[in-house]
Design a protein around this ligand. Structure first.
Ligand code: ZN
Length: 114
């Protein structure tokens, strides 16, 4: 699997992510769906049909690294940017405040204070 978006992120030299997290990111970029959903597709699950029969369904995505199905979900920069919103600040905007006027100090008064 080739990573074209961020090749340095899934590079083997990157020690910040585990091999399972790198594989999960590659599947996320390839399929464009959430990583939690991808992890669900990586494990076999029990399915029930209309007659109530239960059957064990195989995993739809077979991970190269078994830890990809259970590893902590890494952050995706593109998804974080897409989720970003403008947040309100604690500051209040004051409208109509009177303009400050510098007090006039005459040179004679300044001289008297010395
Ligand atoms: Zn993403």
């Amino acid at each position: 699997m080739e990573a074209s978006l961020h090749p340095w992120l899934t590079n083997a030299l990157n020690v910040n992510l585990t091999a399972g997290q790198k594989e999960l990111l590659l599947w996320h970029w390839k399929l464009g769906i959430g990583m939690a959903r991808i992890q669900e597709l990586m494990v076999p699950h029990c399915a029930k049909d209309e007659s109530g029969m239960q059957d064990m369904m195989p995993c739809l995505i077979t991970p190269i690294f078994k830890t990809a199905a259970t590893c902590p979900i890494p952050l995706c920069a593109s998804c974080e940017l897409a989720r970003a919103r403008r947040r309100p600040t604690s500051l209040a905007r004051v409208v109509g405040q009177p303009k400050r006027v510098k007090p006039h100090v005459s040179p004679e008064a300044h001289r008297d204070n010395r």
